[in-house]
Design a protein around this ligand. Structure first.
Ligand code: SAJ
Length: 440
């Protein structure tokens, strides 16, 4: 079996390394973060992903997985490092550059080198190949170079690594085929072979499609607010059309993928990528829109206190990176609100927002509960109990995630993002089925 060196042991590298190790490969995982390596050597896994800790520990115990602060010679190299966005909305490829440079001294003729990090179109054939060429080997003749973007959903990474289809773009068809045989050892979905730049575009198109769809939902929400309609109900009904699938509005788009990747297309082709850029900006404006709504609702309160529930960028994950919740909170604080934030999943030191230690602490004395992330546990909240602790009973739900009738029964004034208050929009026909929380 081939020896594999995985560079970058984060959300993608660690699951990939451990899956390969449990499929018979000898895997060395490397990361520049020595503290992370020390923890992994003790079997400690920080990333909260179902099944990951067990898999990593199994890999380490079997001896097939080892971790180190530096890459080592191998037959196959997999680069899985972050590609963040710089403030000027250009891809920051420093981690990719540094990690490729770190393998250059180890690569030998015939090695397969796979870039999994999401990158602007042309990066694999351009920057990536040119750094590999510093080894003295020709990336097209003497090496096998491919881009195989990760496409897994945080929260379901292990499951999706196996079940999702995989796209593999090679600098040569031989390279793509060789990488295909490695992924086929654990991927149950289809494997599509193409060229590297097409694979880069595929990945960016997927996340851009989602971003533009969410932007449309957010724009619909604002239209609905202006004309006095409940957008959630309208989307629910529109989505019953067999060829319509509108995503959900919300306080903005977070995470390290959907809110970032569309900019890579804008960077590659700023002229044509007008819709993509406009959608990105629209989604980026949502936190301010939510903060303005809260300020309007609490306009009569002198120094409003807001209990913000949910710091994670989306439901049921512990990740607050690029979370729109943080931006909403900053806007509110900038406008003079006192905000106490609470998230049961995000560790308290993970953000620069000082979180409350408990839900009770967060809501005590608050004028408003602002639901920002729809963690499942929040749907179980007891509005009567929380109302007792608050100064005013106001709920602003940006995710349509709470049973509003219960909150109203407990004396709450309920506001919903994307729901203009001017008209009653109860469905007229008995055969129109509406989700319970929508009709509530
Ligand atoms: N969001 C909405 N409305 C929706 C859906 C999502 O406002 O209807 C928001 C979420 O609250 C969150 C953000 O969008 O703030 C992104 O969440 P997400 O679940 O859409 O995406 P990620 O970033 O967790 O994972 C995505 C996935 N891409 C797609 O679904 C096309 C995943 O498959 C990718 O592998 C991952 O990005 C990545 O690494 O690129």
């Amino acid at each position: 079996m081939d020896k594999v060196c995985v560079v970058g042991l984060g959300y993608i590298g660690l699951p990939t390394a451990s899956i390969l190790a449990t499929h018979g490969y000898r895997v060395i995982g490397s990361d520049i973060n020595q503290a992370l390596i020390n923890r992994l050597q003790n079997g400690d896994v920080d990333i909260r992903e179902p099944g990951l800790k067990t898999l990593v520990q199994a890999g380490l115990r079997s001896g097939n997985l080892s971790v180190a602060g530096e890459p080592a010679p191998a037959d196959v190299f997999i680069i899985a490092v972050p590609t963040p966005i710089a403030p000027d909305k250009q891809a920051d490829l420093r981690y990719v550059e540094a990690s490729v440079r770190s393998i250059v001294p180890h690569i030998r003729p015939g090695n397969l080198i796979i870039l999994e990090s999401t990158v602007p179109p042309g990066t694999t054939a351009g920057l990536f190949a040119s750094i590999l060429a510093e080894s003295g080997l020709d990336p097209r003749q003497e090496l096998m170079v491919v881009h195989s973007p990760e496409r897994v959903l945080p929260g379901r990474i292990l499951e999706e690594l196996v079940s999702n289809d995989r796209v593999i773009g090679g600098l040569t068809t031989e390279a793509a085929a060789r990488a295909g045989s490695i992924y086929a050892s654990f991927v149950q979905g289809e494997i599509y072979l193409t060229d590297a730049t097409t694979a880069e575009l595929v990945k960016l198109m997927e996340n851009t499609f989602r971003d533009v769809n969410i932007a449309l939902a957010n724009e619909f929400a604002q239209v609905a607010e202006a004309i006095g309609v409940n957008v959630w109900q309208a989307i629910e009904i529109a989505n019953r059309h067999p060829r319509v699938n509108i995503l959900s509005p919300g306080p903005g788009v977070g995470g390290h993928c959907i809110a970032v990747d569309p900019w890579f297309l804008v960077q590659a082709a700023p002229g044509p990528a007008q819709l993509i850029a406009a959608a990105r900006r629209l989604n980026d404006r949502m936190p301010k829109h939510v903060a303005e709504q809260v300020l309007t609702i609490l306009a009569m309160v002198k120094r409003p206190r807001v209990a913000a529930l949910g710091l994670a960028y989306k439901a049921n994950v512990d990740d607050a990176r690029e979370s729109p919740s943080l931006t909403v909170i900053r806007w509110l604080q900038a406008a003079g609100c006192e905000v106490s934030a609470y998230d049961p999943l995000v560790p308290r030191h993970a953000t620069d927002i000082t979180g409350a230690t408990s839900l009770e602490e967060a809501v005590t004395g608050a004028d408003c509960i602002l639901l920002l992330t729809n963690h499942d546990t929040f749907s179980q909240l007891d509005p009567a109990l929380l109302g007792e602790l608050m100064r005013r009973r106001v709920l602003v739900d940006t995710r349509n995630a709470l049973p509003h009738m219960n909150w109203k029964s407990a004396g709450f004034e309920v506001h919903l993002l994307g729901h203009g208050d001017k008209r009653d929009v109860s469905p007229r026909h008995m055969n129109v089925q509406v989700a319970p929380e929508v009709s509530a």
